[in-house]
Design a binder for this molecule. Structure first.
Ligand SMILES: [Fe+2]
Ligand SMILES: [Fe+2]
Length: 381
C-alpha cells in the first residue's frame, strides 16, 4: 500500500482502500483500476491523497482499529450535527452516545492493534474525520490506561465532541487554505469556549466531564495553552488524553498548507512536547501504541537491503519484521521468495531510513521496467 497525491494517480493503478465522498457514498471500490473517469472524479472532489496497491507490497494488509463502515457512519454523524448546529438545531446526543459505545467496543476488541494510518480526508471535511480519529486514538489510550468501560465511554464521547465549538467558526476561517491571520487565529482559538457553551446546555443528558473535554483540550501542561491557561492536574485527565490524540491526528493528516507527516516524524515532535505541552505519563502510553514504522512502510536497513514492513512489534516498535524487496546487490526479490528480516531477532540489523513517497515511486518504476513479474511467469511457465 502506497500513499500518493491525486496528481500522481495514473491509469491502471488500483486503489488500496475504498474511497467515499463526503456523504459516505462509494466513489471507487478497493482494487478497482483507475480509468480516465475515476481520475477526473478524484481530482474534482479535492481528495488530498489516496492509497494505491503497490506492486511491491500488494499482499500487505494494514490493520485497522475500527472498521471503515463505523468510521464512515460516525463521520457522517459529526457532519450532520455540525450542519444542524449552524442551522440552530439541537445535537442528537443519543446517536453520539451510541457511536461512542460502538467505538469503545471495537477498540477494546482490537486493543492489540497499533496505530497505523489515518483515513484520507477531503480538505473541507478535515474537521469531521479528525473528530472521529481523535476519538479512536483517545479511546485506545484509555484502554491501555486500564480505564473501566464507563470511563472509556465518557472519554470517547468527550473526544468525539471535542471540537463541537468549531461548528460556530465561520467556514471561511475553518476551511481556509493557508495560514490564518492573527484576527482569524483569535477567532479560531475561541472554539473551546464555544464548544463548552453549546454542550453545557445538555447538562441533563451529558456528564460535565465530557463537556470539559471540549473546554480544556487546548490547555497545555505548562499552563501555556488556551482558553484559561490551566496547568497539569488542573486539566482533567480526559482532556489531557484528548489533547495528545488531537495533535497526533493533526500532524499525520494532510492539511491545506502542508502534507501529512510520517509516523516517525510525528513521534519525534510529540516526544519533544513531553512535560511541557503534554502529560509525560500519558504521552508515554500513547506513543507505545504508535507503529513508528507502520505495516506497508518501505524502509532501508543498515545493511543496504530495502524492504516493506509486514509486522510491527509492540515491545520493540523500532524493530519490525520486514520483507525484503531489494537485496544488498540491489536486485529485486520476488514476494514469493519470502526473504524476511525480523529485526526483533536480528539485533545487528536496524532501520536506517524510511523511504519517501518519491523514492518508493522510483523503486516501483524500476521494478516495472525490469518486467519482473513477466519474467517470473515466463520462468514458471
Ligand atoms: Fe480543537
Ligand atoms: Fe481537534
Amino acid at each position: 500500500m502506497q500513499r500518493i497525491t491525486v496528481s500522481e494517480a495514473k491509469l491502471g493503478m488500483k486503489s488500496a482502500r475504498s474511497i467515499y465522498n463526503a456523504d459516505g457514498r462509494l466513489l471507487l471500490a478497493e482494487g478497482v483500476p483507475f480509468n480516465d473517469y475515476y481520475i477526473k472524479r478524484l481530482n474534482e472532489i479535492g481528495l488530498p491523497a489516496l492509497y494505491i496497491q503497490s506492486p511491491l507490497s500488494a499482499d500487505v494488509k494494514v490493520p485497522q482499529l475500527v472498521q471503515e463502515e463505523t468510521r464512515i457512519m460516525v463521520t457522517q454523524l459529526v457532519q450532520k450535527s455540525f450542519d444542524g448546529l449552524r442551522a440552530g438545531k439541537r445535537v442528537d446526543l443519543d446517536q453520539f452516545k451510541e457511536m461512542a459505545k460502538s467505538i469503545v467496543d471495537e477498540v477494546i476488541q482490537n486493543r492489540h492493534t497499533m496505530i497505523h494510518l489515518n483515513d484520507i480526508r477531503i480538505h473541507d471535511d478535515y474537521t469531521f474525520g479528525h473528530c472521529v480519529n481523535t476519538c479512536i486514538l483517545a479511546t485506545l489510550t484509555g484502554v491501555w490506561m486500564d480505564y473501566n468501560e464507563k470511563e472509556l465511554y465518557e472519554l470517547s464521547l468527550g473526544a468525539l465532541l471535542h471540537d463541537t465549538g468549531k461548528a460556530l467558526i465561520h467556514k471561511d476561517i475553518l476551511n481556509k487554505r493557508g495560514q490564518l491571520n492573527p484576527k482569524e487565529m483569535t477567532e479560531m482559538q475561541r472554539h473551546p469556549e464555544y464548544g463548552f457553551d453549546i454542550l453545557r446546555r445538555y447538562s441533563q443528558e451529558l456528564s460535565m466531564l465530557v463537556v470539559h473535554v471540549a473546554y480544556q483540550h487546548h490547555e497545555k501542561c505548562d499552563g501555556k495553552g488556551y482558553p484559561r491557561g490551566l496547568a497539569r492536574e488542573e486539566i482533567h485527565e480526559y482532556a489531557r488524553i484528548t489533547s495528545i490524540a488531537d495533535v497526533y491526528d493533526a500532524l499525520t493528516s494532510d492539511r491545506s498548507y502542508r502534507s501529512a507527516m510520517l509516523p516517525h516524524e510525528a513521534y519525534e515532535i510529540m516526544q519533544a512536547g513531553s512535560g511541557t505541552q503534554f502529560d509525560t505519563e500519558i504521552l508515554k502510553i500513547f506513543l507505545q501504541q504508535i507503529a513508528v514504522y507502520p505495516v506497508g512502510a518501505f524502509v532501508e536497513l543498515n545493511n543496504g537491503e530495502i524492504g516493506v514492513v509486514i509486522q510491527v512489534n509492540r515491545n520493540m516498535p523500532t524493530r519490525p519484521k520486514v520483507r525484503i524487496v531489494m537485496n544488498v546487490a540491489k536486485q529485486f526479490c520476488s514476494p514469493e521468495s519470502n526473504q524476511e528480516q525480523d529485526l526483533h531477532e536480528n539485533l545487528t540489523c536496524f532501520v536506517s531510513k524510511v523511504l519517501s513517497r518519491a523514492e518508493v515511486a522510483k523503486l516501483e518504476k524500476r521494478f516495472a521496467l525490469q518486467g519482473f513479474t513477466a519474467e517470473l511467469q515466463e520462468q514458471s511457465g
